[in-house]
Design a protein around this ligand. Structure first.
Ligand SMILES: [Zn+2]
Length: 362
């Protein structure tokens, strides 16, 4: 059995992580002080950390989303946003992450008057500073950005254009997130059309709380390159009495076309989309060869990290180090950076890192 420190030393790739879901509790408290935000539900970083965990562990996606009111409230100046982005790079690199695509919704950071471009600029600057500082410490990480539009709002075309405008400066894709109930992704077809016409990339939050119709719509109507979560694809898979599996048409399509699933096991347990890690669909989806990846979603709310996710898969769901390597290579294959850059990280960082670990740990 591997321990958490051994898992931390493995190279990891992260495709689904929200910038406003990964703040350090101490940073939330400090920024609230600096910005004069009096709305925090608890004081002191330990109490705050506990509050975030409890509020997000309630079993409903709606109350989980409420916790973001407070993190977003303290990310309203360029300096605060740059700091949060920098610390994100630092925390991920210290956790052994070598490649990350971090997403955030620029439209949520305008309450003190920042323009959308100023917000993206602050995030990109924080990531660049993090990359530089961590490389100097021998912990090289590549930080890229996805811009999220809120499915409950009507600014998706504007955000799609913003992501395309920043494509040469660290933004590698577009995303839609927020409450699924009553807000189908097909409300945002204009935005997806802009992305497709620009030969750009997108992922859509689908198949988390909602089931197959939302996955079908994201893939077949909206043309998503990846599925944010997509875990409910399991509903289209039947287990026979003899232990074999039968895939429905949509499950076949998603697997056979290698549509990446940005699975987030701990987050799913918190929001009630899965009962526990041992019974999380990631095990079956891995067995059936779906393009499964493992992700953190919201490190603060779920008190998780890439090492925690992998450690739980290892100890509670029986994932071997070879399975963890497979998940990591899947993530790198599914990244939105150019193919040659993906190959470079797979061949020169991920594979040698795992080869070394396998010979040392086994
Ligand atoms: Zn998410």
């Amino acid at each position: 059995m591997l321990n958490i420190e051994q898992i931390r030393s493995l190279p990891k790739a992260l495709l689904h992580d929200h910038l406003d879901g990964g703040l350090r509790p101490a940073t939330v408290a400090q920024l609230a002080d600096e910005l004069g935000y009096a709305g925090l539900p608890a004081s002191g970083s330990q109490n705050l950390a506990r509050w975030f965990k409890e509020a997000s562990d309630s079993g409903s996606l709606e109350s989980y989303l409420e916790t973001f009111v407070h993190t977003v409230a303290v990310m309203q100046t360029a300096a605060a946003i740059e700091r949060v982005a920098f610390e994100c790079a630092e925390d991920l690199a210290n956790d052994g992450v070598v490649y990350a695509e971090i997403r955030f919704a620029p439209e949520l950071h305008q309450s003190k008057g920042l323009s959308l471009d100023e917000i993206v600029e602050a995030v990109v600057a924080g990531f660049a500073r993090g990359e530089k500082e961590m490389a100097a410490q021998g912990k090289k990480i590549v930080m890229r950005t996805l811009l999220t539009a809120m499915r409950t709002a009507a600014r998706s075309s504007e955000i799609a254009e913003l992501s395309i405008r920043w494509r040469e400066r660290g933004v590698v894709g577009f995303d839609i997130a927020g409450k699924e109930a009553g807000f189908p992704p097909s409300r945002h077809l204009d935005a997806f059309d802009l992305i497709h016409r620009a030969n750009f990339h997108m992922t859509i939050h689908a198949g988390e709380a909602f089931g197959l119709p939302s996955i079908w719509e994201a893939v077949q109507v909206c043309g998503a390159d990846r599925l944010g979560h997509g875990v409910r694809i399991i509903d289209d898979i039947t287990k026979n009495a003899d232990g074999s599996f039968e895939l429905g048409e949509l499950a076949h399509y998603v697997r056979d076309r290698r549509v990446p699933l940005e699975l987030c096991p701990v987050s799913n347990v918190h929001t009630g989309a899965a009962k526990n890690i041992a019974e999380h669909p990631i095990t079956t989806l891995t067995k059936l060869g779906f393009r499964a990846t493992v992700n953190t979603d919201n490190r603060l709310m779920s008190q998780t990290s890439m090492s925690t996710e992998m450690y739980l898969l290892h100890t509670e769901a029986g994932f071997t180090i070879e399975n963890l390597r497979w998940l990591t290579i899947n993530a790198m294959k599914s990244a939105f950076i150019p193919f040659d850059q993906r190959l470079d990280i797979i061949n020169n960082v991920v594979k040698p890192g795992y080869a070394k670990a396998i010979s040392e740990f086994n």
